[in-house]
Ligand binder design. Structure first.
Ligand code: HEC
Ligand code: HEC
Ligand code: HEC
Ligand code: HEC
Ligand code: HEC
Length: 294
C-alpha cells in the first residue's frame, strides 16, 4: 500500500504553490478538500487591519486561510477517525466522500458513478474558470491558459463539458460510454495488484483492468488520436491562436475557433489519449477539425 503510494503523483507531485491558495486548496491540499467535502466550500481569504498609513487610510493584510496546507495523503480520502477495518466497517473504505458530486463549472450538473469512483470527481473535474464557448456569437478568450484546468477526467468519462461543435461525427449519450458503465476510475486505476508499480494506490492502470473486454490487449490510444490532435493543433496555429510558448493568444475569436480551442485543451488535459471516452473524444476531435477545415 505505502510502497505503491510512493509511486503516485498524489504523493510526490504536490503542487506546493497551489496548495495554500484558497482557490486551489479544494483539490491540492488535505485541509481544503476536507472543508469542501464537509461544508460545501473552502475558507476564504480574510482581511486584518494592521494599521493606518500616513494619509490616515486603513492598511489591511490578507490572511491566507491555509498557510500550512498539507499534501494529499491517506487521511485526505480516508477518515482517520474510522478504524480502517474495512472487513467489519463495510464497503465504504471510510472514504470521506463517495456520494454524487455537483460540478463546480456548472451547478446544474451532478455526476454519480454510483461507486467508490465518486471519490475522484471532486478533484478530477474542470475548475470553474472560463465559460465553455457556445456555437453562436464571437467569444473572447481572456487568458492564455484558456481551457479546463487539469483534470477534466470525470467529465470526459461522463461525456460532458466539451464544446459540442456541430459535425458529422455523432455525440454519444451522456453517461453511455462502456468505460463508464462497465468499468470505472477505480477499476482501471486501482485494480488488485501484487506488483507495487501498478494498480491499487499507484493509480497506474493495469493491463488486467482491460483484458476482460479487450482479450487481445487494449490499444493505448483511440484510433488516430495523435494524428488528429496534430491536425487540430495545426489548424488552430494557422489561425494564429498560439503564442511562441504554445499558450493561447487572448482576443476575440469566432465561435467555432473558440470551441475548437476549448476541445483541443480539454483532450490534452484529460491525458488519456481518448481512453476515458473514445466516442466522445472522437466526436469532439473530428467535428472540431471538420469545422475549421470548412
Ligand atoms: C477542481 C479541482 C482543482 C482545483 C480547484 C485546482 N486544481 Fe490544479 N489540478 C487538479 C488535478 C486533479 C490535477 C492533476 C490531474 C491532471 O494532471 O490531469 C491538477 C494539476 C495541477 C498542476 C500540474 C501538476 C503536475 O504534477 O503536473 C498544477 C501546476 C496545478 N494543478 C495548479 C493549480 C493552481 C495554481 C490552482 C489554483 C489557482 C489549481 N491547480 C486549482 C485539480 C484542481
Ligand atoms: C485520492 C484518494 C485516496 C488516497 C489519498 C488514499 N486512498 Fe486508500 N482508497 C481510495 C479508494 C477510492 C479506495 C477504494 C478502492 C476500491 O473500491 O477498490 C481505497 C481503498 C483503500 C483500502 C482498502 C482496499 C485495499 O487496497 O486493500 C485501504 C487499506 C486503503 N485504501 C488505505 C490507504 C492508505 C494507507 C493510504 C495512504 C498511503 C491511502 N489509502 C490513500 C482512495 C484513496
Ligand atoms: C483531494 C483531491 C483528489 C482526489 C479525491 C483524487 N485525486 Fe487524483 N490527483 C489529484 C491531484 C491534485 C493530482 C496531481 C498531483 C498532485 O498535485 O499531488 C492527482 C493525480 C492523479 C493521477 C496522476 C498520476 C499519478 O501518478 O498519480 C491519477 C491517475 C489520479 N490522480 C487518479 C485519481 C483517482 C482514480 C481518484 C479516485 C479514486 C483520485 N485521483 C482522487 C487530486 C485528487
Ligand atoms: C477504461 C479505463 C479507464 C477509466 C474508466 C479511467 N481511466 Fe484514467 N486513464 C486510463 C488510461 C489507460 C490512462 C493513460 C495512462 C498513461 O498514459 O499512463 C489514463 C489517464 C488518466 C490520468 C492522467 C495520468 C497521468 O499519468 O498523468 C488521470 C489523472 C486519470 N486517468 C484519472 C481518471 C479518473 C479520475 C477517472 C474516473 C473519472 C478515470 N481516470 C477513469 C484508463 C482509465
Ligand atoms: C467493461 C469493458 C471494458 C473495459 C474494462 C475496458 N474497455 Fe476499452 N473499450 C470497451 C468497448 C466496448 C469499446 C468500444 C466502444 C466504446 O468506445 O465505448 C472500447 C474502446 C476502447 C478504445 C478505443 C478504440 C478505438 O479506437 O475506438 C481504447 C483505446 C480502449 N478501449 C482502451 C482500454 C484500456 C486501456 C482499458 C484498460 C485500462 C480498457 N479499454 C478497458 C470496453 C472496455
Amino acid at each position: 500500500m505505502f510502497a505503491s503510494w510512493e509511486l503516485s503523483k498524489h504523493g510526490t507531485g504536490f503542487v506546493s504553490f497551489a496548495a495554500p491558495r484558497a482557490d486551489c486548496a479544494q483539490c491540492h491540499s488535505e485541509e481544503g478538500y476536507v472543508d469542501y467535502i464537509s461544508t460545501g466550500s473552502v475558507k476564504e481569504y480574510t482581511l486584518e487591519l494592521i494599521g493606518v498609513d500616513s494619509l490616515g487610510f486603513a492598511v489591511y493584510d490578507t490572511i491566507n486561510p491555509y498557510p500550512n496546507a498539507s499534501p494529499l495523503y491517506c487521511t485526505t480520502c480516508h477518515d482517520k477517525h474510522s478504524s480502517f477495518d474495512f472487513e467489519n466497517d463495510g464497503y465504504d473504505y471510510a472514504l470521506r466522500n463517495f456520494n454524487a458530486v455537483t460540478l463546480v463549472i456548472d451547478s446544474a450538473t451532478v455526476i454519480d458513478f454510483g461507486n467508490a469512483s465518486n471519490n475522484c470527481i471532486t478533484c478530477h473535474q474542470p475548475r470553474n474558470s472560463y465559460e465553455i464557448p457556445s456555437s453562436t456569437g464571437d467569444y473572447e478568450i481572456t487568458s492564455k491558459r484558456f481551457g479546463p484546468h487539469h483534470g477534466p477526467q470525470s467529465t470526459m468519462l461522463e461525456g460532458i463539458m466539451g464544446a459540442n461543435i456541430a459535425g458529422s461525427e455523432p455525440y454519444p449519450g451522456v453517461g453511455s460510454a462502456t468505460h463508464r458503465t462497465g468499468s470505472s476510475c477505480v477499476n482501471c486505476h486501482m485494480g488488485e495488484s501484487s506488483d507495487i508499480s501498478q494498480g491499487l494506490h499507484s493509480w497506474i492502470p493495469k493491463d488486467e483492468a482491460c483484458i476482460t473486454c479487450h482479450p487481445a490487449g487494449a490499444p493505448d490510444e483511440i484510433n488516430g488520436f495523435s494524428a488528429d490532435m496534430a491536425t487540430l493543433e495545426a489548424l488552430l496555429a494557422a489561425n494564429n491562436m498560439f503564442d511562441v510558448d504554445g499558450y493561447y493568444v487572448p482576443g476575440t475569436y469566432s465561435a467555432k475557433l473558440a470551441q475548437a480551442a476549448w476541445n483541443y485543451r480539454t483532450l490534452l488535459e484529460d491525458q488519456s489519449k481518448g481512453v476515458h471516452n473514445p466516442a466522445y473524444t472522437r466526436a469532439l476531435l473530428k467535428n472540431s477539425i471538420e469545422a475549421l477545415q470548412n
